[in-house]
Write a protein that binds this ligand. Structure first.
Ligand code: 13P
Ligand code: SF4
Length: 303
């Protein structure tokens, strides 16, 4: 038996013993996606976390995602296999910075991208993901809205929700923000028939070139329903795995260097250790959790 087969066998045994569910983000390593109970985008995985009957959730993704799962399933044990798997965008805002931002625009409700800490969510009115940001902003009964922390997603929403003023915070995802229009055009010149799917964390320069702007799971649905045979995938390159598995007849091209190092920290070895040693358990201060949960639940209820 190969080392990988042995690891997978151990993980299967441990997850049965612990009645655990493995939630895995679309950017994770292929071998981790392959052992998932559910793969998905931030919104889909939040919904799975809220519904699961398992005792333990192993969240293969980054810290804010595991925290969101804990907020939605407070009675369950939520494990993040690699404790250093953070999100630099989430770290660009903290409660103090958010309070200062709010003080500059008194009375305006705050929409927080789920890529934030529980402390920031606790200071916000409602959360959103890349899959529902426009819907969430439209749902608010206010003319002026503060959107944190992703300036690119916020700008994309502002361009579509013209009836509201969306005030942007300056955060960004380094993995997406660094992709240039020229990089996308270079791939397009080599594959002129390919459709361009881009994640809304990219800059406007890149999004203006796209045929479709989508969350990661939105890309999976789009690629399946489109008649195109080739696609340029403008997001983290882990997306290639689920796209290729679900669309064997289609070809996908990525952007060189579009990698999120935090998403790649989790390995089969860390998943096994997580289940065996109960690490790293997510714990949120109850007073913070109560407020943060309200913002996440309000989003989940939007449908
Ligand atoms: P999705 O919700 O679209 O999967 O995006 C999460 C993320 O972190 C993108 O960088
Ligand atoms: Fe954060 Fe960007 Fe990595 Fe997503 S891809 S987890 S936004 S750093």
């Amino acid at each position: 038996m190969s080392d990988t087969d042995k690891l997978v066998e151990d993980i299967q045994r441990l997850r049965e013993e612990r009645n655990a569910v493995l939630l895995v983000h679309n950017y994770q390593r292929a071998e981790v996606q392959d052992i998932a109970d559910f793969t998905g985008d931030s919104l889909g995985l939040s919904r799975q976390a809220a519904q699961t009957e398992a005792d333990v959730i192993v969240f293969c993704g980054v810290h804010f995602m595991a925290q969101t799962a804990k907020l939605l399933s407070p009675a369950k044990t939520v494990l993040l296999p690699e404790k250093d798997a953070g999100c630099p965008m989430a770290d660009m805002i903290d409660p103090e910075l958010l309070r200062e931002f709010k003080a500059e625009h008194p009375g305006a409700p705050v929409v927080a991208y789920v890529n934030t800490t529980a402390e920031v969510k606790a200071e916000s009115d409602i959360c959103c993901t890349s899959a529902n940001a426009e819907e969430v902003v439209r749902s608010l009964d206010a003319d002026k809205i503060l959107f944190v922390p992703d300036q690119n997603l916020g700008r994309w929403v502002a361009r579509h929700v013209l009836e509201k003023e969306v005030i942007l915070y300056g955060g960004f995802c380094p993995t997406h923000h660094d992709i240039t229009g020229e990089q996308v055009l270079e791939v397009k010149r080599a594959h002129p028939e390919a459709e361009i799917m881009a994640h809304p964390e990219c800059t406007s320069e890149v999004l203006d070139l796209a045929d479709a702007v989508l969350s990661t799971s939105g890309m999976l649905r789009y690629a399946q329903s489109s008649d195109a045979a080739e696609f340029i995938v403008v997001t983290e390159l882990g997306m290639l795995h689920p796209l290729a598995v679900e669309n064997p007849g289609k070809t996908f091209y990525t952007i060189t260097g579009a990698i999120c190092p935090n998403m790649k920290l989790t390995t089969l070895g860390s998943v096994r250790r997580s289940l065996a040693d109960n690490v790293h358990e997510i714990d949120i201060d109850p007073a913070i959790a109560e407020k943060a949960r309200r913002a996440v639940q309000r989003m989940v209820e939007i449908g």
